[in-house]
Design a protein around this ligand. Structure first.
Ligand code: HEM
Ligand code: HEM
Length: 405
């Protein structure tokens, strides 16, 4: 039996690649659905969910490369003629579905892959070639759009698959013609007849419609890239020695499933009273809106009841005295988080910069001491140590940002 197609039969390679892609798609699809619905309310549950997602992604990428090979091979082959050339409409629909499925073989996994590469953290692809894609930046907005495209594309794929498999079954059970055995065993069947003109174009229009739907869904999505602009504390600004924060970022980083994920609070404010010449009375109060955290692909989980519990404790508050420490500075204070108040110190530097002063500091907290993530008592799923990174520019409240005077 030949490796190549003939005008009335599929060769061994075309059939092997058809059933390999069919097997991969029919495994990857339910795995994605199953993984999506799994809970993640404990360490074990999260590890299982991540494991199933890793398998889903790995099989999905195998489907992509098998599908690509299949398409490249099909391009070099003659296409077998229809089994029943007299059924012009059915043949046209079958051709539309086939072109649609070929496109799905690339588009569905590619959208999932871009989503994965643009997001941070969560379940890795099980292979040694890294987790990123060239030209795909880490971006929450891109990850959201690609995730949406992936989900919409899986719906189109499902509709095409239902039509395709139903068609194959009708041929096998009702028509009892050679359509299924031609793909299963390679037996020759068919006679020259009508060409399915326009079916490829119709499949392109179908996928174009899915792309438009994705675009519309993304523009209605509330998750846009939120700039991290701190709100300025007006009360403190009126006081002597007060500083006004111009811009900055308040980030945290945690190791999740073995990889570092960095996130940022979009809404926080800082009231700072600071005179570099004074030894007493220098202090800062930072208030952080916990629900404003964006943390890779797991923002909802991080701000949910298992972790920061923003519904019960909307805000975290850090109050500190500021004093010199060698060449640099030290904030000595208390952090109120998740209903617990504990001492927290942070070393920071102050650097003059074009009329403003830049403050950069870093500290770490152990999430367990604040009772955060108690259902995740091991480090394999979510690390204990959380890095806190602050970077802001400020000017004395009475000075204009241009001159810093
Ligand atoms: C149980 C599952 C499946 C069955 C029973 C099945 C059956 C068949 C049969 C009988 C044909 C030959 C049609 C003909 O000669 O006119 C065919 C072709 C095709 N199948 Fe499937 N299939 C299945 C799953 C899939 C899956 C999952 C995909 C891809 C996502 C797929 C994509 C295709 C494509 C693109 C063709 C056209 C091949 C060509 O002529 O170039 N099939 N399938
Ligand atoms: C042919 C291959 C693939 C198929 C058939 C497939 C199918 C699915 C399905 C059915 C879902 C559930 C969608 C829902 O929520 O209803 C899903 C979700 C998901 N898949 Fe895939 N997938 C494939 C490949 C991939 C690849 C290659 C990756 C990443 C490398 C990936 C990553 C994901 C992710 C991250 C989700 C969750 C989406 C979200 O919540 O936004 N998938 N997939």
């Amino acid at each position: 039996m030949s490796l190549k197609n003939t005008p009335r039969s599929y060769g061994r390679l075309a059939r092997g690649l058809h059933w390999a892609t069919a097997l991969l798609i029919l495994t990857t699809f339910p795995l994605g659905w199953y993984a999506e619905g799994l809970p993640y309310d404990s360490s074990e549950a999260l590890a299982w969910k991540a494991g199933v997602f890793s398998l889903h992604k790995t099989l999905g990428i195998a489907a992509f490369f098998t599908g690509l090979t299949r398409i490249l091979w099909a391009l070099t082959q003659v296409h077998p003629v229809p089994v029943n050339p007299e059924y012009r409409a059915a043949n046209w629909l079958a051709a539309l579905v086939h072109y649609g499925l070929y496109a799905a073989l690339l588009l569905v996994p590619l959208a999932g892959w871009v989503h994965h590469a643009a997001a941070e953290g969560f379940a890795p692809i099980l292979w040694p070639f890294g987790q990123s894609l060239p030209m795909v930046p880490k971006s929450l907005a891109l990850a959201d759009a690609a995730g949406m495209a992936h989900v919409i594309a899986t719906r189109v794929l499902l509709a095409l698959l239902i039509l395709h498999i139903a068609g194959a079954m009708k041929h096998a059970v009702i028509d009892r013609d050679g359509t299924l055995s031609r793909m299963l065993t390679g037996r020759a069947a068919g006679a020259p007849g009508s060409k399915s003109r326009g079916a490829a174009l119709a499949a392109a229009v179908l996928w174009g419609g899915a792309a438009v739907l994705t675009g519309a869904a993304v523009s209605y999505s509330p998750t846009a890239e939120t700039p991290a602009a701190p709100r300025v504390q007006s009360v403190a600004a009126a006081e002597p020695g007060a500083w006004q924060v111009l811009d900055g970022s308040l980030k945290i980083a945690v190791v999740q499933m073995g990889s570092r994920v960095e996130g940022e609070f979009a809404s926080w404010d800082a009231a700072i009273r600071f005179d570099p010449a004074a030894t007493e009375g220098n202090e800062a109060e930072v208030r952080i809106a916990l629900a404003s955290l964006k943390l890779g692909a797991v923002s909802d989980q991080a701000t949910g009841p298992d972790f920061l519990n923003a519904a019960a404790f909307a805000e975290a508050r850090y109050t500190a005295r500021l004093r010199p420490e060698g060449e640099n500075w030290l904030a000595e204070g208390e952090l109120l988080l998740n209903g617990r108040s504990l001492p927290l110190n942070m070393s920071y530097t102050l650097t003059p910069e074009e009329g403003v002063t830049r403050m950069s500091g870093r500290t770490t907290i152990d999430r367990r001491s604040f009772g955060i993530g108690e259902n995740y008592p091991d480090e394999a799923s979510v690390g204990f140590v959380v890095e806190v990174l602050v970077d802001l520019t400020a000017v004395p409240a009475t000075a204009s940002p241009e001159t810093g005077e």
